[in-house]
Design a protein around this ligand. Structure first.
Ligand SMILES: NC(=O)c1ccc[n+]([C@@H]2O[C@H](COP(=O)([O-])OP(=O)(O)OC[C@H]3O[C@@H](n4cnc5c(N)ncnc54)[C@H](O)[C@@H]3O)[C@@H](O)[C@H]2O)c1
Length: 273
């Protein structure tokens, strides 16, 4: 495998499983040292073991992204371990389906806090660290030829249009698109790129939760629900976690140095806006 991230340091949230796990392994496979951050420390432990077995440094940081102090501690611990953060990938997320007329404040807060507020505060704390690394003379010029970091967030096809069973999830993922644009503009003077990936269906635990909840609401079989959805994808398949990790690796690489503020659809052609 190419070693595009040799000597680089990455913090990946939601890295215990699914897309985040694939991203952490991909960045490590290309040479990065990695902090694996997740609320599920038990599941994250073997991911850390795999990365260490590749000969890379890895530390597990337990974090609850719904709590702002926990985000701050995650970033502090990551900097302490890695020395610096060159790449920050925000994969953690939760999904929940409920009819619009039945949504509660608790449903709303849970999803928004993890999927939206956490992205804002991760960007704030990681961004502070990345900007602090920029020398004063470069700051004064307001432009830099050296890259001071790459940030990649996760949106969703649900953030691209209305979802009556997911008003909180869809709103949070639309907000990620906006947060990504705002952060890209805020950090552009320091040559810090901020982009997002917008996956279509990917068979992970989140996908299972999604189809089971929808199947229950409609009184339909979950697997049929999944198959019908995948039929709507022009390339006629679900995405894989490796499809997502490849897109993240591209956005973190120097090949994407002139790309910022973008949300890249990695969805088999489901959305084309
Ligand atoms: N799987 C899909 O079909 C799909 C589609 C579109 C977008 N996405 C997005 O991709 C990202 C990754 O999804 P996935 O499919 O890998 O999900 P997943 O459920 O497999 O993994 C999500 C990870 O986030 C962690 N997490 C959840 N709440 C947390 C919290 N409060 N603090 C810290 N960690 C927490 C979980 O423990 C888990 O390890 C998410 O942002 C999701 O919204 C996924």
């Amino acid at each position: 495998m190419e070693q595009r991230f040799s000597g680089k340091c990455a913090l990946v949230t939601g890295a215990a499983q699914g897309i985040g796990r694939a991203v952490a392994l991909r960045l490590a496979g290309e040479g990065a040292d990695v902090v694996v951050a997740d609320i599920d420390a038990e599941k994250a432990e073997p991911v850390c073991g795999q990365i260490t077995a590749m000969g890379r440094s890895c530390r597990l940081v337990a974090v609850d992204l719904a709590v702002i102090d926990s985000i701050r501690e995650m970033v502090e611990q990551s900097i302490e371990f890695l020395g610096r953060i060159d790449m920050f990938v925000n994969c953690a997320g939760i999904v929940h389906n409920t009819p619009l007329l039945q949504i509660t404040q608790e449903d709303w807060d849970r999803v928004i806090n993890v999927n939206q507020r956490a992205v804002a505060f991760c960007t704030r704390f990681v961004g502070r660290h990345m900007v602090d690394r920029v020398p004063d003379d470069v700051k004064a010029q307001g432009r830099s030829t050296v890259s001071y970091g790459k940030i990649v967030n996760f949106s969703s096809i649900s953030g691209r249009r209305g979802r009556p069973l997911q008003i909180h999830y869809a709103a949070s993922k639309a907000a990620v698109i906006s947060l990504t644009q705002s952060a890209a503009l805020a950090f552009a003077p320091y040559n810090i790129n901020v982009n997002a990936v917008s996956p279509g269906p990917v068979r992970t635990r989140m996908w299972d939760v999604n189809v089971v909840e929808k199947g229950r609401i409609f009184g339909r079989d979950a697997e049929k629900e999944a198959e019908q959805f995948i039929e709507l994808v022009p390339l006629k398949r679900a995405g894989t976690v490796d499809d997502m990790a490849a897109a993240v690796a591209f956005l973190c690489s120097s090949d994407a140095d002139f790309i910022t503020g973008q949300t890249l659809n990695v969805d088999g052609g489901f959305e084309m806006g």
